[in-house]
Write a protein that binds this ligand. Structure first.
Ligand code: URA
Ligand code: URA
Length: 302
C-alpha cells in the first residue's frame, strides 16, 4: 500500500512538473479533494501528503474548481482541441483524482478472480501501460503468452509491430495508453502454446475494467485493433474489414477501427500496411497533429 502510495505520489508530482514545464500554473481540484488535502492527519494518505512536497512547493498553485467556479478557469488548462465540444472539458478530474482513481482500479483488477479459470491459469494480470493523460488509447483483444509472462500488453511480435506504428506516428509507448478487452490471457487447456479468442462471457465479465480505464483517461481518440476490440467496445459484430477506416463513436469519444497488428504479420501485403497507416494518419489529423509529406507517403507503391 505504501509502495503504491509512493508510486502514485511520484507519478503525480512528475505530472505536475510536466504541466508546469508546459506553462500551466493552475490545475482544477474538486472541493472534496481540496478538503482532504488540507486536513493533514485525518487519514493516512493525507498525513503522508503533508510531509511530502506540496504542489505549491513544486511551484503550481491549486485553484478551487467547484460548480460555482468561473468557467474561465477551466480554459487555463490545455485540455481541449480547437472545436472540441465543451462537454469533454467541463469538470475534468484533476490529475491527482485521476491518478488515485486509476491506482484504485488497477488494484481491483490485479486481484480479480471473476473468471476463475483464467485466474487459475494466468501468470499475470495485464492491466495496461502508458500515460493516463494520453490523448490516444489503443485497445487490443487479450494478452498472449508473452504479455502474460511480462504483465504488459503488446510486448510479443504483434506488440513490437504496434510499438513501431505508435513511434512512426510520433508517439512512444509512454505517451499513449495501451490496453486490452481482456486483462487475462485466454487459457488454452491441453495446449502448451497458441491463442484463442475471448468468449462472449469472458468479454462481458472483464469489459467494465476497460470502461473505467477509458472514463478516467478520457482519451481524445480510441483506436480499436481488430474485430474483438470492436465487438467489445461497440457491441458490433460487423467484420473489421467493413468497418476499418470509418470513424465510430464510443460514448462521446471518436473511435477508429483498424486491423490488428497480428493480421499485418500474417498478411505482409503493402496494401494492408497502407490501410492501417491511412487509419493512423486519420487519427493524427483528428488529434490536430501535423503530418510530414514523408509520413503521408509511407507504404505507397513507388
Ligand atoms: N494481442 C492483443 O490483442 N493484445 C496484446 O496485448 C498482445 C497481443
Ligand atoms: N482480419 C482479421 O481477422 N483481423 C484483422 O484485424 C484484420 C483482418
Amino acid at each position: 500500500m505504501s509502495a503504491n502510495y509512493d508510486q502514485l505520489l511520484d507519478a503525480t508530482l512528475q505530472h505536475l512538473q510536466e504541466l508546469k514545464s508546459r506553462g500551466v500554473r493552475y490545475v482544477p481540484v474538486s472541493p472534496e479533494t481540496l478538503r482532504a488535502l488540507s486536513q493533514p492527519g485525518q487519514n493516512p494518505p493525507a498525513a503522508r501528503m503533508a510531509s511530502a512536497p506540496t504542489p505549491s512547493q513544486s511551484g503550481i498553485g491549486i485553484r478551487k474548481l467547484g460548480p460555482d467556479a468561473p468557467a474561465l478557469a477551466v480554459g487555463e488548462l490545455p485540455l481541449a482541441l480547437p472545436g472540441e465540444p465543451q462537454s469533454q472539458i467541463v469538470n475534468p478530474k484533476s490529475p491527482i483524482e485521476k491518478a488515485a482513481g486509476f491506482a484504485e482500479l488497477r488494484q481491483r483488477a490485479m486481484v480479480c478472480v471473476k473468471c476463475s479459470h483464467l485466474a487459475a491459469s494466468r501468470k499475470n494480470v495485464v492491466f495496461g501501460v502508458g500515460s493516463i493523460e494520453a490523448g490516444v488509447m489503443f485497445v487490443g483483444e487479450a494478452p498472449g503468452a508473452d504479455e502474460d509472462e511480462q504483465g504488459e500488453p503488446f510486448v510479443g511480435k504483434a506488440g513490437q509491430l504496434l510499438t513501431r506504428i505508435i513511434q512512426t506516428m510520433g508517439f512512444s509507448r509512454d505517451t499513449v495508453y495501451i490496453g486490452n478487452i481482456l486483462k487475462c490471457r485466454p487459457d488454452t487447456p491441453g495446449q502448451s502454446a497458441g491463442n484463442r479468442k475471448p468468449t462472449p462471457q469472458e468479454m462481458q465479465t472483464c469489459i467494465p475494467y476497460l470502461h473505467e480505464q477509458i472514463d478516467l483517461i478520457r482519451p481524445k481518440v480510441i483506436v480499436a485493433l481488430g474485430g474483438t476490440a470492436i465487438e467489445g467496445l461497440l457491441g458490433k459484430t460487423v467484420g473489421i474489414t467493413k468497418l476499418r477506416g470509418q470513424w465510430q463513436t464510443y460514448r462521446d469519444t471518436p473511435l477508429m477501427p483498424t486491423y490488428h497488428p497480428a493480421y499485418l504479420l500474417r498478411n505482409q501485403a503493402l496494401s494492408e500496411k497502407r490501410k492501417v497507416w491511412e487509419d493512423m494518419l486519420a487519427v493524427m489529423e483528428r488529434l490536430g497533429m501535423p503530418t510530414s509529406e514523408k509520413q503521408r507517403g509511407f507504404f505507397l507503391k513507388g
